[in-house]
Design a protein around this ligand. Sequence first.
Ligand code: CA
Length: 221
Amino acid sequence: MRVLLVEDDPMIGAAVQAALRDAAYAADWIRNGRTALGTLATQHYDLVLLDLGLPGQDGQDVLAAIRARGNAVPLLVITARDALDERLRGLDGGADDYLLKPFEMAELLARMRAVLRRKGGAAAPMLGNGVVALDPATREAGVAGAAPVQLSNREFALLQALLVRPGAILSRSELEDRIYGWGEEVESNAVEFLIHGLRRKLGSEIIKNVRGVGWMVSKGG
Ligand code: CA
């Protein structure tokens, strides 16, 4: 999952980006609203974390501009302002949830999972296609009749990208986009390496290669 963090505070930004990468997100960090809007126009993100107190263009204006374009990306507002009307403006302006500073990383990650689940139309916390089930909170995967296994961060990110839309084929570059943030080196054959690891842990049939196009998980078991 690729996340765009829009935060001007250098300490909070660095801490949140590190926590997101530790939690297997491909996390890009931007410090102002104008750059965020430019980036969102050209790059797919699965979720946006938007600080409201930004220099130049205010976070509320950035939020309004994102929604005015028809971009429905899941969005969580982060704000130091504890005034109720600011939070309500954010929610009414199209934010999916908000978090008040200071916050615990564990709460941020849990709220992100909840927003992604709601926006994905899933009521249950587990992702799955009837063959393999994946728990975004623990990054454990399980197939029927076997104990759940712990995935590496990048194995998890790859399998999650496929399980969000069973049956959809993702190309190498689409998978890399969901696994690696800016500045993270992508080794050649990284995708094959991760898929090899997942098949070894979960069985060779869980991920199908569509020759010359990409990879997918089946729509149902
Ligand atoms: Ca700020």
